[in-house]
Each structure stands twice: as C-alpha cells, then as structure tokens.
Design a protein around this ligand. Structure first.
Ligand code: C2E
Ligand code: MG
Ligand code: MG
Ligand code: MG
Length: 293
C-alpha cells in the first residue's frame, strides 16, 4: 500500500477522492431540478450596528433541502453550481427572492436608512453576461432603493477576470447597488483590489475575528483591518462574531457592523420578521444568548 501510494496514478483511485468526485456528480445532477422542485430557500442573518445592537440589515444565505440527501450546505453545493453553471439561474432566483423579502420588511419597518439586504454573488455570475440584467430585474420588480442592495463578492471572484469584472462593476454601480468585499483578507493581494474596484463595504473574515481571542499581536491584525476600512471611508462589517469579548473589542475598535452567532444565526424569514417586530416594539436589543453550559 505504501509502495502504491508513491505512484502518481494511485491518487486517481484514492477512495476519499473517488467519493468526493461521485458526490459532486450526484449534486450536480440533483441541482438541475432543485430550484423548480422548491428545494432551495433563503435564510437571513441579521447585520447589527455594534454601537446600538439594532438590526440594520440582513445577509441572504442559500439553503438546499434535498428529499433524500437531506440538508446540503452552500459550501458543498455552491462550488458545484458554479462549475456547472447552475449558479446563474439559482443566483437570479436569489436576487429576486432576497429583494422581494427586503421590500416587504422595508415597508413594514421604515427607517431613515432602509434595511439593507446583502446577496452573495459568485465569480461565475460576475463574469457571465446576465448578472447586471438580473440585478436590474430584481430592483425593478421589488421596487427597493438600489442602495439598500449590497452585492457581496470575494477577492477570488475579482481576480478571475479583472477586466470583465471591472466592466460589470461599473454597470452595477450605475444601477446604484453597493459592493461589499467578502471574506476580506483571505484572498490574494487584497489591498490592490481596494484601489482598483470601487468598494463600499469591507467584510472582515471570521478567521480574523477569531484572532480576537488570541494574543495582542493577533488582535493588532484586526485593528489594522478596521483602520484600513475606516481610513478608506468604507463601512466595516465583522463576520462570525461568537463571543462577547470579540464584540467588545470590535466595538472599541469602532468597527461599524457585525454578524455572528452571538447576535443571531441565519434565520428563517418568519423568524427574522419576528425579530424585527420585537425591535420595533422597543425590545432593548437582540435577545441575550444563553450562557454556555
Ligand atoms: P459568506 O458569504 O462568507 O457567509 C458567511 C458564512 O458564515 C455563512 O455560512 C454563515 O452562516 C456563517 N456564519 C455566520 N455567523 C457565524 C458565526 O458566528 N460563526 C460561524 N462559525 N459561522 C458563522 P453559510 O450560510 O454556510 O454560507 C457559506 C458560504 O456559501 C457563504 O460565505 C457564501 O460564500 C456562500 N453562499 C451562501 N449563499 C450564497 C448565495 O446565495 N450565492 C452564492 N453565490 N454563494 C452563497
Ligand atoms: Mg457573504
Ligand atoms: Mg464571508
Ligand atoms: Mg465565505
């Protein structure tokens, strides 16, 4: 076995890889009908103002409930949907659904700054020819203010085809939507993209927020990222805030917004609505999490 492992072709027959390849094939086949079968839905994670802990918006996150395979997370199926191209019709549906939901919630809960809705956009959508059309369509049918729609892209999506991407982003800007750089700091040459693309929001990746439980040196990285965003006059969102210590530190750094399990997990639409109602009726802030047992 050890001898076989040394041979290049062994890799092809590695049982783990074989299983992964089979899973991809199965997911790809099943994805074709998932949308029409009503197996896809969106959940909504609240985005909170760190100073007030009031909900200022949501991020829409895809969920796939398959009748026999069960719940399949986006980290498993979005890459498959990207490779197969299924992400284009799925992404179009996500835009329509998320903006329709935002319109409902904005009407029910008017604010000086309307509740925002963030939608993740993948490299394949950004490079393809129909994203701008699909965004325009979603804005028109929902009627939401374009600036309340935030499109989240990763640095990886930006490097895939920078020239085509720059063109798409210019067209999206003309529509009035905002642009967020997701998972900031985990990609390639992050800083040059901030200059090249007109970004409005910086989302600090969870891996950096995790550092806030570590050493002072680690915390310095988060300090640097927040300062960078502030200096460039970007809205800064911390992702994956799980502890009060992280929240307090981010607040002290004057990070604007946060998302994370400390505040709320991604919620079904009706749960998110209840949360908005509770806040409107004067609930102090988000319900405090139960102390860990
Ligand atoms: P993302 O856009 O960076 O989303 C944040 C992820 O962190 C979500 O995972 C969310 O549930 C999770 N999260 C939020 N708060 C916490 C926390 O406090 N602790 C931890 N450990 N995790 C937290 P999720 O929903 O599994 O989504 C994973 C990724 O899938 C997203 O990363 C995004 O890149 C992609 N994705 C999700 N929905 C869509 C979509 O509609 N379209 C596209 N193209 N990609 C999507
Ligand atoms: Mg995101
Ligand atoms: Mg992220
Ligand atoms: Mg991510």
């Amino acid at each position: 076995r050890a001898k076989a492992a040394g041979r290049a072709q062994w890799v092809v027959f590695d049982p783990g890889m074989r299983a992964a390849a089979l899973e991809r094939i199965e997911l790809e086949r099943e994805l074709g009908g998932a949308l029409a079968a009503g197996q896809l839905r969106l959940v909504y994670q609240p985005v909170v103002d760190l100073q007030t802990e009031q909900v200022v918006g949501f991020e829409a996150l895809l969920r796939w409930q398959h009748p026999t395979l069960g719940a399949i997370g986006p980290d498993r199926f979005v890459p498959v949907a990207e490779d197969s191209g299924h992400i284009v019709p799925i992404g179009r549906w996500v835009l329509a659904e998320a903006t329709a939901t935002a319109a409902r919630w904005q009407r029910a809960h008017p604010r000086a700054t309307p509740l925002s809705m963030a939608v993740n956009v993948s490299a394949r959508q950004l490079a393809g020819g129909t994203l701008v059309e699909h965004v325009a369509e979603a804005l028109a049918s929902s009627g939401i203010a374009p600036s309340s729609l935030v499109l989240e892209v990763t640095e990886t999506a930006l490097v895939t085809d920078p020239d085509a991407v720059a063109e798409r982003l210019t067209e999206l800007r003309a529509l009035g939507t905002r642009l967020a750089l997701d998972d900031f700091g985990t990609g390639y040459s992050s800083l040059s993209y901030l200059r090249q693309f007109d970004v409005d929001v910086l989302k600090i990746d969870r891996s950096f927020v995790d550092l806030l439980d570590g050493s002072a040196d680690d915390a310095a990285i988060v300090h640097g990222l927040v300062q960078l965003g502030r200096t460039l006059r970007l809205e800064v969102v911390a992702e994956g805030v799980e502890t009060e210590a992280q929240r307090d530190r981010l607040r002290a750094e004057r990070c604007d917004l946060a998302q994370g399990w400390l505040f709320a997990k991604p919620l079904e639409a009706d749960e998110a609505e209840l949360l908005l109602l509770a806040q409107a009726s004067g609930a102090p802030a988000l319900p405090r999490p139960r102390p860990a047992t």
